[in-house]
Design a protein around this ligand. Sequence first.
Ligand SMILES: [Mg+2]
Length: 370
Amino acid sequence: MKIESAEVRYVELPLISPWRTAYGEDPTIHSIMVKLTGGGHSAWGESTPFFAPTYSPETARSAFENVRTFFLPRILGEEIDLAAELLDLLSVFKGNSFAKASVETAWWALQSLSISEPLWRVLGGKQPEVVCGADFGVQDTIDELLALIQGAVDQGFPRIKLKVKHGWDIEMLEAVRSTFPDPVIHVDCNSGYDLHEDADTLKAFDRFNLAMIEQPLFHTDLIEHAELQKSIGTPVCLDESVKSPRDFKLAMKVGACRMINVKPGRVGGLYYAKQIHDMAVAEGMEAWVGGMLESGVGAGICAALGTLPGFTYPADVFPSSRFYTEDITHRWIEQDDRCRVVLDETPGVGFEPVTDRLERVTVAKFNLDA
Ligand SMILES: [Mg+2]
């Protein structure tokens, strides 16, 4: 399939309330959307690096510039029949996984449209359902958090993820576990702790019967994660530290984790996300799909990935109404009464941007024709 034209957009999606984590507060999601056209079809991809380089060294601004200056000109006019061919064309450019993923996910969307198949099946999914968990950022008070958890328990969410940071960790977990002793709960530290300075806190997490502790330490430090994993019983799950299948291979080699969170943006797209899934399955390691508060397009892509059989822990794919007053897609991401996002046979991603809504949230755009 020849890539005949391409478009990249920088979009800003206002959240209902700010998303608060160990690295700060995001009132608005900054996302990169790419449209590729070829073979009589056009399709959108998305990745969400955020406004500032807080989650990773990338930003939405850097991604936009890299996509329009380097990546789109590199693939325009090329015949690309496999994701690996696309990634090969981009391989001269180092890093910038989110920027690459915005292009690569658009290629998968276009590919699945061109063969009239839903993306989830093209990726290798067997069943079109993805079981999802509930997530709560740092709240103003513990009482507010307990009320949110009660709501998630009442809705039957199969697991609850809590963002933690200094000052919002052990005392908070004591209150949560004394009120909710049984639900599956895990914490996400977003690299907020230090192996030595926070040794007592890190050990104390073992008291709360957590399903995992997600990304406790510095975002590049596999060795210290391995040291930590040896010293605590709670499984360590890596997120920020694994930006490629190569990183994951190293992480497994040194014993840095017992679980893996897979996000297409963070690892450079769906091809690499599938590879990491396959590696986890081969190791017998539990894997799950994470999220970056994408619009319906990106969340639909994450949901499609989440149908792969090795993703056994509930995903971070959220209903559009959880974070946005208005999503940009023609239909919104929804969960059924069993906390599942259920996909269908619609070719492609199945969640397409509505032109005027997309226009309203677009801050910058750039078009390229062969
Ligand atoms: Mg995380």
